[in-house]
Design a protein around this ligand. Structure first.
Ligand code: SF4
Ligand code: SF4
Length: 355
């Protein structure tokens, strides 16, 4: 049986939720190396809600300081991978200040580990992640164009540094294989504790959508499958319809079924939560869900010329070079595009939508 805590919270008092989660799961980090990994998707302002809110990270760091760990590291590998992008992401979003001097660019040192033939024989994982005695994942409550939700399991995609994330994305080739990929990456180092920022969540066309939603909750768990299942339920989704949760269950990583989860606290389904386009607002059947995932493979990114500043980030970050500048605007080669949504993730102007 998995326990998931759902606590009503604001950013001002989120330390109370952090205390409760640490107490409930009897977190003991004395003398341990602790790694705290927020979702630091890309450089963005705190109020855009694209990254884990700094208040939650600050509360976790404050708590850890009281518990005498041997070392605290706060870090992530953002979607952007050019020089200085990691520091810029933390600085601009307020996460650097929240990390209170414990920030480390964990993308600079990695270890090659065995992976899956078919995807890659070896992948590089940030050394700090692999060497942590205790790993705290701090995801954000968000939607995602490809996986519908971006929660606890998807947050671990950031243990892979630099361009390899996009390259693996490219190699996965389709939505179903991407679901398998994120579970296999997650399984390389399963976090010990999850604290999810759902005070302000993201709905609509995540993971970098302008549609924010006041939810007023912090969620805590020691199992990602159960936590993502509760998150899906809060969005009005049937967790069984999410292929990556099914894959994770088959791999023995946890259980998403209601009867396997003890939800403690203030659970409530969010009324009329906006899911990514073409997902039913009420729980879809597995058949509807598969139709949705097939429909994603037909979608292509589209640039809004009113918003685009021609910064070329999308051109630089596309893993298959499917974007080029034409007449001062990015142009997507529809045949070459593998629908990985990396361009949407990195566009600082939110100028890319899916159509
Ligand atoms: S155009 Fe965008 S969605 Fe298509 S492959 Fe490139 S980064 Fe991915
Ligand atoms: S990243 Fe966004 S703003 Fe920059 S060129 Fe691409 S679409 Fe335009």
């Amino acid at each position: 049986m998995h326990d998931v805590i759902v606590q009503s919270s604001s950013y001002e008092n989120c330390r109370e939720a952090v205390d409760r989660i640490f107490d409930f799961f009897q977190v003991d980090v004395r003398g341990k190396k602790v790694l705290v990994k927020p979702n630091a998707l890309r450089a963005s302002k705190t109020n855009q809600g694209i990254v884990t809110n700094p208040a939650v990270v600050a509360a976790i760091v404050d708590k850890l300081e009281e518990l005498s760990p041997a070392e605290i590291i706060v870090g992530d590998n953002p979607g952007m991978f050019s020089y200085g992008a990691n520091e810029q992401t933390f600085q601009e979003s307020g996460l650097m200040e929240a990390a209170k001097g414990y920030f480390r660019n964990i993308g600079l040192d990695s270890v090659a580990v065995d992976f899956l033939p078919g995807f890659a024989d070896k992948v590089n994982v940030s050394r700090s992640i692999l060497e942590a005695d205790y790993f705290i994942s701090v995801p954000k409550f968000k939607t995602h164009g490809l996986t519908v939700i971006s929660g606890a399991i998807k947050n671990s995609y950031g243990i892979i540094p630099g361009a390899l994330k996009a390259e693996l994305h490219a190699r996965s080739g389709n939505a179903q294989r991407f679901h398998e990929l994120i579970v296999e990456i997650f399984n390389l180092r399963v976090p010990d504790l999850f604290i999810m920022d759902a005070v302000i969540g993201m709905e609509g066309n995540g993971p970098a959508s302008p549609d924010l939603r006041e939810i007023g909750k912090i969620l805590g768990a020691d199992n990602a499958v159960a936590l993502d299942a509760v998150m899906a339920r809060m969005m009005g989704l049937d967790p069984a319809a999410l292929p990556f949760l099914e894959t994770a269950k088959e791999r023995g990583l946890g259980d998403f079924r209601d009867e396997a989860i003890n939800v403690r606290g203030d659970f409530a389904v969010i009324p009329e939560f906006k899911l990514p386009p073409e997902v039913n607002k009420t729980a879809p059947t597995s058949e509807q869900s598969m139709k949705f995932f097939k429909s994603r493979t037909r979608m292509r990114p589209q640039v809004d010329p009113e918003k685009c500043t021609a910064c070329s980030h999308c051109v630089e970050q596309c893993p298959v070079s499917a974007i080029s500048m034409k007449d001062g605007l990015p142009h997507v080669d529809k045949e070459a595009c593998i629908v990985c949504f990396c361009c949407q993730e990195v566009c600082p102007e939110m100028a890319i939508t899916l159509s």
